[in-house]
Design a protein around this ligand. Structure first.
Ligand SMILES: Nc1nc2c(ncn2[C@@H]2O[C@H](COP(=O)(O)OP(=O)(O)OP(=O)(O)O)[C@@H](O)[C@H]2O)c(=O)[nH]1
Ligand SMILES: [Mg+2]
Length: 443
């Protein structure tokens, strides 16, 4: 299978999985939807992959990989479980505000279409030797997104336990765990309000079967809990859908705006210092040093511009957030369409040339043996299959995404509709918007 076909297959598959979470296609009453959250690299996608036994996009190194919401499902005791993979709030390429916009878009649309979140798994790497700024920010955002009175449907799962630690290492980790789970400013906030705690893959084994057993055990606990109690809708859903707040007016938006203000101030200060330094050194220093300062200045300007764009995002309501997602989608789909057309014409050109040379060969009556002709006919048959496969993949891509692309101009009408109308009208759009962020690594 060629690259383009493969990507198209992945996209179509992903669109199908997302559509149930977004409420575009109907789910069963017994289905369970669980959010998996935590900082970048804490093992969310791996956890989901182990549970579902399916490939999930997994990050490499410091760069975060899960760039939008994605949903993976599996059957457990006859019940369909949907695990919702989410980007961390310490993403390397996007700001917390962008990430919050993704949460608001998806959670808002799915809530408005009648999908409830039955619980959350908060993963935290026990290998992190301190609660860094990003860990703390993640916690603040999770709290603000949930806003529950009871956190009984939340599980805190520690990940990345080492294999065969020494005794002192073990003691250090256990002390760290006790502190993390006990102190109100860390996970104590959640545990004091009913959240339960588990160690995921405690023996640090990288054996897939054992990891899967551990992950499934944790999910089972949430399933059982959801039998007893279904949590309230998330605070972010209530605010963005029922109360029609802008992102910046939601509790999570307010929390993110505080950080944004600090970041903006720091970029402004840095820029001011750099500019003063450039003016001071302009006639005294060598060109190379000035060029370095100019580079830093350009970088600080870029960051400041991003912070200003983020302020704009905070002023958006759910419908605007969808529009933004759809605009990005349009661009990506056009690019995909271009790649597909290129691939289709390349395969057709190849087929034409091979058929042409086969015709020439057949005409050559002086040929002594028919062997080369038979071989060539086989090759032409294969080229024909390749061309047909790409054509049909392109057709599938078109069928799946054309309506979504066409829906852009009609969006304004849908936007003025009732809440359910809003969600139903736009979720097919955001389903595709998310799938258009083509994956980075597939396990
Ligand atoms: N040692 C160890 N490594 C793990 C474990 N779980 C995941 N990893 C590795 O940690 C890295 C990050 O894992 P991911 O599952 O991509 O983390 P994530 O939370 O989805 O990251 P983002 O998508 O960037 O937010 C990958 O290289 C995994 O193979 C674990 O339990 N133990
Ligand atoms: Mg991930």
């Amino acid at each position: 299978m060629g690259d383009v076909e493969y990507i198209a297959e992945l996209l179509a598959d992903q669109a199908q999985r997302l559509s149930m979470f977004a409420g575009v296609s109907k789910h069963d009453q017994n289905d369970r939807f669980f959010l998996v959250v935590g900082v970048t690299g804490c093992g969310k996608s791996t956890f989901i992959s182990r549970c579902t036994g399916r490939p999930v996009t997994v990050g490499r190194g410091l760069y975060s990989c899960t760039d939008s919401i994605d949903v993976y499902e599996f059957m457990s005791n006859g019940r369909r479980i949907h695990l919702i993979d989410t980007p961390g709030f310490n993403d390397t390429s996007r700001s917390d505000i962008d990430i919050l916009g993704i949460f608001a878009s998806w959670l808002g649309a799915s809530y408005a279409n009648g999908v409830r979140i039955h619980g959350l798994i908060v993963l935290h790497s026990i290998a992190d030797n301190r609660m860094s700024g990003s860990n703390m920010r993640n916690l603040e955002m999770i709290k603000a997104i949930c806003g529950f009175t009871s956190y009984a449907n939340v599980i805190i799962a520690t990940s990345m336990w080492p294999t065969a630690p020494t005794y002192p290492e073990k003691v250090t980790l256990e002390n760290r765990e006790a502190k993390l789970l006990g102190e109100e400013r860390f996970f104590g906030f959640f545990t004091a309000r009913g959240a339960r705690v588990f160690r995921h893959n405690e023996d640090g084994s990288r054996d897939i079967t054992r990891e899967a057993a551990s992950a499934r055990y944790i999910v089972d606990q949430l399933v059982q809990q959801s039998e007893l109690h279904i949590p309230d809708m998330l605070q972010l859903q209530r605010e963005i859908v029922d109360q029609g707040k802008t992102l910046g007016e939601t509790a999570a938006g307010i929390a993110a705006a505080g950080e944004l203000y600090k970041e903006r101030k720091s970029h402004e200060d840095q820029l001011q210092k750099l500019r003063a330094e450039i003016t001071r050194r302009l006639h005294k220093s060598n060109d190379e040093y000035i060029a370095q300062l100019r580079e830093l200045e350009a970088d600080a300007e870029k960051k400041l511009k991003k912070a200003r764009d983020d302020r704009h995002t905070l002023k958006q309501k759910m419908t605007d957030l969808h529009k933004t997602e759809l605009r990005g989608l349009g661009e990506k789909m056009k690019e995909m369409d271009r790649l597909f057309r290129k691939e289709v014409s390349a395969r057709e050109e190849e087929l034409r040339e091979m058929e042409e040379s086969l015709r020439e060969m057949r005409k050559d009556l002086a040929r002594k043996s028919l062997e080369p002709c038979v071989e060539h006919e086989k090759a032409v048959g294969e080229a024909r299959e390749r061309a047909a496969r790409v054509r049909s993949a392109y057709q599938r891509f078109n069928d799946q995404f054309r309506d979504i692309l066409m829906s852009g101009p009609q969006m304004d009408n849908v936007m003025n509709g009732a809440v359910n109308g809003i969600a139903a009208g736009v979720t097919s759009g955001i389903v595709a918007a998310a799938v258009a962020g083509v994956m980075c690594t597939v396990m």
